[in-house]
Design a protein around this ligand. Structure first.
Ligand code: AMP
Length: 571
């Protein structure tokens, strides 16, 4: 690490220490600044805030809202009304959330100025802590990123996914350059309209610059797994390209071909080395450490819906650590990972009190529970996050549940627990994303006996026949025997241990759980179909429960079912 970078990261950590010691005051100031700026916005005026900026008046006047409550305002902005609706300055950008978890896309007001200030804070703070534990040298990042430039709607509002809005902002490159995190792929590759072609080129760029790669990155871990699964299939073609210095004909995009021709030169020696490495691997274990000898870590969001991919990533990574990055949403940044050495399974995120005004809604059993302030949370309790941002979201329920694990000075730290909406329920049973994860992990141990992995999974509540029952769709890495799959099915059923489920299963008010094994590549088809409908690859999250109304995904799953099993566990 250059001395300047070390000095800089020390300064960033000092600033973080100071702010985290004074979280309550910083929160008040953040709220004051948001409310002062937007005092003349129609939304706040209509609630009678009358220019007051203290948390007490704010909470008394402004209700908790969901995205649905704000839709009428958002629709007016999208239709081109230029008045101060949610913010004093009219909103010019909207983040388009892919809706991959819920099957419904959302437009979310976006303020580029504040978001880029917060992005810098998050990226630099996380880097400063990470670099103490895993220092990188001057080099490059192999980043599996895909981006579409914003489109303008008829009213001139710029629309793109949150990742594209951040990474496409002109400030992004200098922000990353300041922490030695420049990507190895040309911009044309990141912008390639066909993400499979883009991914192929990212892999090729990574191999060309293999000695310089300091870490591998993707916004969500799923894309890293997808990248290495693709490598398993295309490595020989990549070797040919390196040998000949000619890009495979699978890449047809002219601007990408031109950009790649500037860096791809015939290099038989490199091609032979990569060939030797790939053929010498045992089931691709440790491919990262072998191909990228100077890589210090793999980085991306690895918690929540991404946790199921961590084991597979560790397999590819070998000795290279896998680190979870930060926590944010299209609505805004929320928290940073300042404990990079903690494995994703135990990772906690730390709130930055200057990037928004945060409240925590206790998940107490009674419905009148009131949100508490950032410094008032209790360790061990679960809360839903409520945020107020400079982009015109006031007391907005993000839909995520977190569990407070402690404090960093006076600012809270928490585990990401799950999305707040219930996943699986037929009558009184209540099983969440976490319960599903636990059940699938138990089943994957059964599969491991035959050296097989769960590639991906989702669930569905089937109410089409009485009694309703849970359906779990699994994509598995190879052929499992009938006995093992039946055992898996029973294991899934018995691993849902929530009282409502267990009692209702025992008296057949909930029917036997069904395991449906889908063909290899089914979940990739779901990804492709989401992308075809405008979702961003880098923000893709496999939906963990598919309602019947999500007809596209339901159809893909149903058409690809190879085998079905019904649980006998409660017989
Ligand atoms: P999006 O709707 O695409 O903007 O995705 C935002 C959502 O991704 C959040 O509300 C979370 O549910 C999830 N998410 C983002 N960061 C993390 C993280 N570090 N750990 C777990 N889930 C996350």
């Amino acid at each position: 690490m250059s001395e300047n970078l070390e000095e800089y990261t020390n300064k960033v950590i000092e600033e973080f220490e100071a702010v985290s010691k004074d979280a309550e005051r910083v929160q008040r100031e953040t709220l004051k600044s948001i409310l002062e700026d937007n005092a003349s916005a129609e939304y706040l005026l209509s609630l009678g805030l009358n220019g007051r900026t203290d948390p007490e008046s704010f909470k008394a006047c402004v209700p908790l809202v969901t995205h649905e409550d704000l839709e009428p305002y958002i629709n007016r902005i999208l239709a081109g009304e230029k008045s101060s609706i949610l913010t004093r300055k009219p909103i010019t950008h909207m983040a388009f959330s892919s809706g991959t978890t819920q099957g419904k896309s959302k437009y979310i007001p976006w303020d580029p100025d504040s978001i880029m200030v917060h992005s810098k804070l998050i990226f630099h703070t996380a880097f400063a802590f990470r670099n103490r534990a895993f220092p990188i040298k001057n080099g490059k990042v192999l980043s599996f990123s895909y981006r579409k430039n914003p489109t303008e709607n008829e009213a001139g509002i710029k629309v793109a996914t949150a990742t594209a809005l951040v990474t496409g902002d002109e400030q992004y490159t200098p922000i990353m350059a300041a922490i030695n995190s420049q990507v190895c792929s040309p911009q044309e590759v990141t912008l390639c309209p066909d993400f499979e072609q883009g991914l192929y080129c990212h892999l090729l760029c990574g191999l060309i610059f293999r000695d310089q790669i300091q870490f591998l990155y993707t916004p969500f871990a799923h894309s890293l797994v997808n990248a290495f699964r693709t490598l398993e299939q295309v490595w020989e073609e990549l070797c040919n390209d390196l040998r000949e210095g000619v890009l495979s004909s699978r890449v047809t995009d002219p601007s990408v071909r031109t950009a790649m021709s500037k860096i791809l030169k015939p290099d038989p020696e490199l091609a032979n080395l990569i060939h030797k490495i790939c053929t010498g691997l045992n089931n691709w274990y440790g491919v990262v450490q072998e191909l990228f000898p100077n890589a210090k870590y793999l980085l991306g969001i690895m918690t929540g819906t991404m946790l199921p991919y961590v084991e597979r990533l560790r397999h590819y990574a070998g000795e290279v650590p896998v680190l979870t990055s930060d926590y944010g949403a299209s609505e805004g940044w929320i928290a940073v990972n300042v404990h990079p050495t903690v494995p994703p399974e135990l990772a906690s995120y730390t709130m930055l009190p200057q990037i928004g005004y945060f409240e925590f809604l206790p998940l107490a059993q009674n419905s009148i529970a009131k949100p508490v302030g950032l410094t008032e949370v209790k360790v061990g309790e679960e809360y839903e996050i409520v945020m107020t941002t400079p982009a015109g979201l006031y007391r907005y329920k993000v839909g995520d549940v977190v569990k407070v694990t402690g404090f960093y000075n006076s600012t809270p730290e928490f585990n990401f627990v799950r999305r707040s909406n219930l996943l699986l329920s037929i009558n009184v049973d209540k099983n969440t994303e976490n319960d599903l994860y636990i059940s699938v992990m138990a089943a994957s141990k059964v599969l491991a006996k035959e050296k097989l992995d769960v590639i991906d999974f989702t669930s569905h509540v089937d109410l089409s026949i009485e009694p309703g029952h849970y359906v779990i769709f699994l994509e598995i890495s190879g052929e499992a025997s009938e006995e093992v799959l039946s055992e898996c099915c029973n294991c899934l059923d018995k691993s849902f241990i929530e009282a409502g489920y267990v009692t209702n299963r025992a008296i057949n008010l909930i029917g036997p759980l069904e395991l449906r094994v889908v063909r290899r590549g089914t979940f990739h088809k779901i990804l492709e179909s989401s992308v075809g409908r405008g979702a961003a690859v880098s923000q893709f999250k496999t939906p963990r429960c598919v309602p019947s109304t999500n007809t596209q995904v339901m159809q893909i799953l149903t058409e690809n079912v190879e085998k079905k099993y019904s649980s006998t566990h409660y017989n």
